[in-house]
Design a protein around this ligand. Structure first.
Ligand code: HEM
Length: 204
């Protein structure tokens, strides 16, 4: 379930990034894409599935982490430290996950809440681009995307491994796909924040 909810969330990220990239098409393009996402009944329904997926993924992550800590603590004859072969991105999954979650609250506060609670028509393009004019927000968002990149760099391969798909001749394929995925997601989102910071401050 951890891998399935993870794959679902990665799929969400791809869609979210695709919509966000329409920001480069200007206000009309982004507002039209945003309007479609906000009014399409199927997508409206998916929001609840997304929220449930997020909550379930986080719940399982906490349960698994406690189980791991407990199991390692009870193994008297083994070191309760991580193996030196365990890569950093794998060891830090719970912490990069916590960082991603904390920033997600900030993100929902910045965009989701104002859009859902606005009593009159709100220009989504303006809402998004105004925020990135602020150097602190632009930097905070890039830090968020770096934490997300580290989290995803392990998540992608690990999900397919747990499902038993990453084996034999597919190992290399999933390694390559994993790298393409996490670089595309992190660079894609970061470019948006940096671009609108530069543009918004008249630096070009
Ligand atoms: C440059 C980066 C990003 C921008 C400009 C952006 C923009 C937005 C906007 C405008 C909304 C409100 C959509 C609406 O309700 O109509 C939104 C919602 C949301 N964002 Fe982002 N986002 C970014 C990155 C991310 C990332 C990296 C994640 C996840 C790790 C994320 C997760 C969400 C979630 C869960 C929602 C609420 C669900 C939804 O409305 O689809 N966003 N974002």
């Amino acid at each position: 379930m951890m891998s399935l909810t993870g794959i679902f969330l990665m799929f969400f990220l791809l869609i979210h990034l695709s919509i966000n990239l329409t920001l480069f098409g200007g206000a009309d393009t982004f507002n039209a894409a945003s309007e479609f996402m906000g009014t399409n009944p199927l997508i409206f329904g998916m929001q609840f599935v997304l929220a449930a997926g997020f909550i379930y993924h986080i719940f399982l992550a906490i349960v698994l982490t406690f189980q791991n800590w407990k199991a390692r603590g009870s193994q008297k004859y083994y070191s309760n430290k991580w193996s030196e072969h365990t890569p950093f991105n794998s060891r830090s999954m719970i912490w990069t996950g916590v960082i991603v979650l904390l920033f997600l609250f900030l993100h929902l506060w910045n965009y989701f809440i104002p859009i859902k609670t606005a009593d009159q028509h709100l220009d989504h393009y303006e809402l998004v681009t105004e925020l990135f004019k602020d150097p602190i927000y632009a930097a905070l968002y890039v830090i968020w995307f770096i934490a997300l990149a580290i989290h995803l760099s392990h998540a992608f391969q690990s999900s397919f491994q747990s499902l038993g798909l990453r084996s034999g001749s597919y190992i290399k394929l999933f390694q390559v796909l994993g790298k393409i995925f996490f670089w595309a997601i992190s660079i894609g989102f970061s470019v948006i924040a940096i671009w609108f910071f530069i543009k918004g401050n008249g630096m070009m």
